[in-house]
Design a protein around this ligand. Structure first.
Ligand code: ATP
Length: 228
């Protein structure tokens, strides 16, 4: 089995608004293998969401090479990307990924079904995340932190091979955030999941194999001494 999940080389991506061209990613390279977690930090506007969206196929790079699961992105059509997002890549956006017209329990069943799974461990996940009592509520009946945890349960229930997470503990207090970290690291160990986690949470970042900083359009090893 090919261990490489993400192989990105020299990616660039800019946006054009009117006459202005904003060059966000400029020669970004990244490798992520199965069983590995990488934390990405970077100031607001540095391009973290842009990077996540390049990796889940919602955006295309302007140039550079990108391979996912050993396949070159040029070989992936829209259906291939949709299939990857249903079954192999879970993206956790900051605003959650829940379907508003379904209860938490139904969101879980739906996500597992999309991934082609007949059985799921959603109840256990909700229990572990401390939100078992929200199973029959709709997303708009949850607090921000409960919504974030329900979205996490939906991401893990599909048993992805790659998780792309944007501040997965951003809405959680310290004690609750502490419950979330094991979810990532148990799955990384037990299922050889790969995780790219945009986070400023030291609990999460410190347990990752690498902490990279997105700065001036590229990823570099984070030097904590420079940040203080
Ligand atoms: N659709 C778009 N059109 C034009 N500019 C955009 C677009 N999306 C993002 N940008 C710009 O690209 C830059 C990077 O944005 P991005 O959302 O990737 O940063 P970020 O690091 O995720 O920020 P934050 O931490 O605030 O969420 C910003 O300057 C942003 O204004």
């Amino acid at each position: 089995m090919n261990d490489a999940l993400i192989q990105a080389q020299d990616l660039s991506r800019s946006y054009r608004t009117g006459r202005e061209q904003i060059s966000v990613l400029r020669g970004l390279s990244l490798d992520l293998r199965r069983g590995e977690a990488v934390a990405v930090i970077g100031p607001s506007g540095s391009g973290k969401s842009t990077l996540l969206n390049l990796l889940n196929g919602l955006l295309a790079p302007d140039s550079g090479q990108l391979r996912l699961f050993g396949r070159d992105r040029s070989q992936l059509n829209d259906d291939d990307w949709a299939e990857l997002r249903r079954t192999r890549i879970a993206t956790l956006f900051q605003d959650g990924n829940l379907i508003p017209t379904l209860t938490v329990a139904r969101n879980i069943v739906f996500r597992a079904g999309l991934a082609g799974l007949q059985e799921h461990d959603g109840e256990i996940l909700l229990e572990r995340l401390g939100i078992a009592d929200t199973a029959h509520r709709y997303p708009d009946q949850l607090s921000g932190g409960q919504r974030q945890r329900a979205a996490l349960a939906c991401a893990f229930v599909m048993r992805p091979e790659l998780i792309l997470a944007d501040e997965p503990t951003g809405s959680l207090d310290y004690a609750t955030a502490k419950r979330v970290a094991p979810l990532f690291f148990d799955a990384i160990r037990e299922r050889a999941l790969g995780a790219l986690i945009v986070t400023h949470n030291p609990e999460l970042a410190q347990r990752c194999d690498q902490v990279l900083e997105l700065r001036e359009g590229a990823l570099r090893p984070w030097d904590s001494a420079l940040s203080s």
